[in-house]
Write a protein that binds this ligand. Sequence first.
Ligand code: ATP
Ligand code: MG
Length: 438
Amino acid sequence: MTRAEHGISRDDVSPNALKVMYRLNGAGFESYLVGGCVRDVLMGKVPKDFDVVTNATPEQIKGLFRNCRLIGRRFRLAHIVFGREIIEVATFRGHHSDEAKDTDAPKNKVRAKQDDQGQLVRDNVFGTIEEDAERRDFTFNAMYYSVADFTVKDFANGLDAIEKREVRLIGDPETRYREDPVRMLRAIRFAAKLQMTLHPETAAPIKNLAHLLQNIPAARLFEETLKLFLSGEGEKTFFMLHEYGLIAPLFPQIEPFLSDTSCREMQFIRKVLQNTDERINSNMRVTPAFLYAALLWYPLEEHAQRLQSESGLNAHDAFNIASGDVIAKQTQRIMIPKRFSTVIRDIWVLQQRLPKRFGKRAFQLLSHPKFRAGYDFLLVRGQIEGGKLLELAQWWTQFQHADNDKQRKLLNELRRTESSGNNNKRRKRRPPKRSPDA
Ligand code: ATP
Ligand code: MG
């Protein structure tokens, strides 16, 4: 496609990405923008980052840029760093089968490796642009924009997929999913984010292959889940993933709730995902810890109750032990970095502490560094469960916005209602008076 046909102009491209491509071209290499950025510009969206591919090897790229870092083991990549913006530059990737032609490939080429499930464990074979296009996941991700002649090379008919709003894998879907099961997550992510549907052949194998996600390293899955749920379309993505059987292998502990999406537990998750989407779409800060705390909340409650009734632990100890267990079990599938797991536990502990508001405690809780997250969490629980929990959340809504006088008043009122509640209880427990003639 020529400039007149595709309508991409240099104004749509990050000046740093342009710089990188001009430098590579100037040194006699080919270079292109590829993947999400080309797709997004063609769809009239603003790309979130710009990826470049070239026939220069990582070492040759490094030789051209002082601000270059080489990263990655599975795929070797160059990052060109411009302050806060990083332009990722990859070398054309080639075929990994033994029949692959290696005539044009650089000398330091290594064969890709597959494990016995067909999954690629190393993929550093360099190749031509045509081979690179075949190695990409979806047809709309295999379009290459060149600043040498301002053309777009559309190897897999990606433009057609954009027009039809269809997510379609390049090549044989089952093979491609086996090579890299994360592509199943990516298919759903793009469908939700780009308001597209899955091509029937791309959709068909997913349910049967969903279990392959168990073979993906937990650290990679953490990164992927961030992209899934913190993209501004988290709710839609979650329930679409569920439709394709992809939530259970990621979060085995919520599997018991998944069969009925209208149950309280799933409503809670839905509400938290909705709030997260709203926050992201109005440029507010979100933390993955909040989401993980929510996803694992009901498994935690259940596990804590079981521990309490089965091993006679007190509520406090049972809750603490259960918190550790639930997080440990989740990290077998999806790694949760320590900086987030401590926040998850803070949010949970606050759920235990927020009901206890007497004396100085209410003020201590207000100044807890994670009060806001703990309160927000309580509020959603209150909205879902109603009753006493909602009253408690509303009390905290009032209390945190009140001035000193009002706060004291709220605490006094609380003392009065609670102590009258206690009197009632005490009265009930008192043995009935014996009548003189008994
Ligand atoms: P986003 O806008 O969400 O960043 P993207 O398409 O740019 O979407 P990236 O994860 O940034 O997605 O990947 C960049 C490109 O690399 C993709 O467009 C695709 O061509 C290729 N790619 C990424 N992951 C895979 C994969 N698992 N298998 C094959 N190709 C992939
Ligand atoms: Mg990208």
